[in-house]
Ligand binder design. Structure first.
Ligand code: PFF
Length: 444
């Protein structure tokens, strides 16, 4: 039997896992979700849920992966026959996300090239609307983005995913610091910083405001840390026993949080400096930012750096999603890596094309009143991810048992495990209860 590929080092794993976490969720979504959810209060809720919900689930997924050394479906099935559906939800979720993630990745590429060939974008809102609703161009960029990601995953774990993440992630960190420093020098930038760093309690007027913020914060924690999708199970399955899972589960959320906060620093003060609306929603990156770059010294070059960094982030996340799907076909169906990546790639490229068209020509076809594009986002973020996370907690807490997880985490006594009691409480009670409460309130 062919030897299972492994990360060449723990650092390589960390770059790949942090690369999966840091993505459009940090650079595109986080700033606008902060913008529409009252800034500082949202960040506070986010950090609390990141610690209490995100970290324990991250640890659980990584331990399942390393213990079983299998793809998400077979890993869950190995822990308890019949529980493969938990990993199955992950594979389905990863596929769902890829269908729209790759379309947005394509938009990022388009903006990158637009800035390379022209000095600025006139009338950004109209430009974005015309572009994203057109038939041919967004589809072509989506296919290019998808092919780049598929090619990387075909090259394997250490030779493809790890190599790219080791280059892209440090570059991304440097670029975002460069942009942030430039933005902070703008007039009125301080108000933008205050907006997201200082929680303003007067923004909360009712219990439903609190739940709404918690719901968005939980969704963001899951999405940003790539939880409930089997990503960390899959990446953990290539991890050596000399890696310290508990330490890794601190570094990944910490890095992810720092980049998300830097993304806010790079975007929100600029929005304030030019008197724009932080509540612009999902168009913030494509409608609002070009306007900001247009009014900044060296704006064209900053825009190129910025979209390049968003591109790096999107690639390192998309490849983790492709790996979740392909690893199942490689392990279980014994397909070659090339075949597994190509076939799953063709699948998400095709549905992605329909999703892209659903923003324009096909916008009359709706599911419960939503376009296909929005339906994919709702299905993955609001349904599959929390349900996946919930069942991971049940599987680890009650079926595999946290004791076995700690054995795995300690690598046979090599590492000491801290806060066992608190972690057990969080995995068995707090996280599942929180997910159910927030999930149910979101429905009503
Ligand atoms: N965490 C990625 C982001 O913030 O953009 C998105 C993502 C990747 C979600 C992988 C889920 C996943 F399994």
């Amino acid at each position: 039997m062919k030897k299972r590929d492994q990360w060449s080092s723990n650092f390589g794993f960390l770059m790949a896992a942090a690369g999966s976490a840091v993505g459009l969720g940090n650079l595109w979504k986080f700033p606008y979700v902060v913008g529409i959810n009252s800034g500082g209060i949202f960040i506070l809720a986010y950090i609390i849920l990141l610690i209490l919900l995100g970290t324990p689930i991250l640890m659980s997924e990584m331990s399942i992966g390393r213990n079983t050394r299998l793809n998400a479906i077979d890993a869950c099935n190995k822990l308890k026959t019949g529980w493969g559906f938990v990993g199955g939800l992950g594979v389905l979720g990863a596929f769902t996300i890829l269908c729209y993630y790759s379309v947005i990745g394509g938009w990022v590429l388009k903006y990158l090239f637009k800035y390379i060939v022209s000095p600025s974008i006139d009338n950004p809102s109209e430009y974005f609307k015309n572009f994203s609703e057109s038939i041919v161009e967004p589809v072509i960029w989506h296919i290019i983005f998808a092919i780049i990601c598929i090619t990387i995953v075909i090259k394997g774990i250490s030779g493809g995913i790890e190599k790219i993440s080791k280059i892209f992630l440090p570059l991304l960190a440097i670029f975002i610091i460069v942009i942030s420093i430039n933005v902070l020098r703008l007039p009125n930038a301080l108000n933008g910083l205050k907006f997201f760093l200082i929680p303003n309690l007067s923004d909360i007027n009712s219990v439903s405001d609190i739940f709404s913020i918690l719901l968005h914060a939980m969704g963001q924690v899951f999405f940003s840390l790539s939880l409930g999708m089997g990503t960390l199970i899959t990446y953990g399955s290539y991890l050596g026993r000399n890696s310290n899972i508990q330490k890794n589960s601190l570094y990944i959320p910490l890095f992810d949080l720092i980049i998300a906060l830097l993304a806010c620093t790079a975007i929100l003060p600029a929005v304030f400096a030019f008197d724009l609306e932080p509540t612009a929603g999902s168009g913030l990156l494509f409608n609002t930012l070009p306007y900001v770059f247009d009014h900044m010294k060296y704006g064209k070059y900053l825009a190129i750096i910025f979209f390049l960094l968003v591109f790096f982030a999107a690639v390192t996340s998309a490849i983790s999603l492709i790996e979740v799907i392909s690893s199942y076909f490689i392990d279980n169906k014994k397909w070659s890596r090339k075949k597994a990546c190509t076939i799953s790639g063709i699948g998400f490229i095709l549905i992605g094309i329909i999703a892209s068209l659903s923003l324009g020509t096909l916008n009359n076809i709706t599911i419960f009143g939503h376009t296909l594009f929005d339906s994919l986002i709702i299905l993955s973020d609001k349904i599959i991810m929390p349900i996946g996370g919930f069942f991971i907690c049940i599987l680890v807490g009650y079926i595999w048992k946290t004791k076995n997880m700690y054995d795995e985490m300690s690598s046979g006594g090599l590492f000491k495990i801290y806060f066992k009691k608190t972690l057990t409480f969080l995995i068995k009670f707090f996280a599942p209860a929180m997910i159910i409460i927030i999930f149910i309130t979101s429905i009503f």
